[in-house]
Ligand binder design. Sequence first.
Ligand SMILES: [Zn+2]
Length: 204
Amino acid sequence: MRWFQNVPALLLALSTSLVCSSVADDPVLSVIVYTGVAPDTLVRAEVDGSRILERAGVRLEWRNCRSDDPCPIPVSLVHVSVRIVNYTGRDGLGCSSVTRAGGTDAVVGFENVQRLAAVSGMPASQILAGVLAHEIGHLMLGPLHTGSGLMHGNWDVHDLERLGQRQLKFDPGQSTRIQAAVLARCRPRAPEDRSLVAFAPHRH
Ligand SMILES: [Zn+2]
């Protein structure tokens, strides 16, 4: 498709905070979002993002904070954070700071989300939902990328079509690992070296 071929290189930086209130076999992940994105767009994205994670067996609890607010988080709360900014200075849609065991922080570049929405004709909220789910996937799975699907490191037109059809999802193996990772967040773990994983769904 021409619009796909013409999509410029996109750069996304994501910063995500997850709050874990899971008990037993009920994986619940709290995501603290720092953003200035319009509330209606953000809420739609979070609804769609929750749907993607629900299909992976994890329930999300969103906490929205304005970028310029302190938004205090209880010390006892196990959490991760996503920071949605206009421009990240990077070539892509998002990135997460992760180890092989995952991470707690990601950044999304909303300007690039809007650019992709404009060329694809998809709502920005729907693309934002997919990007949020992708980065949350990194925070739970580590620097995993697959050849296609939600964890594809460079979304193509087929991935976007599936996103538009709400069929872009984690595979069964990823879903099982995400559930386990969320439950594991309730247990302390040793610190590890971190690396940065960039996500450029439309780099051409
Ligand atoms: Zn990625």
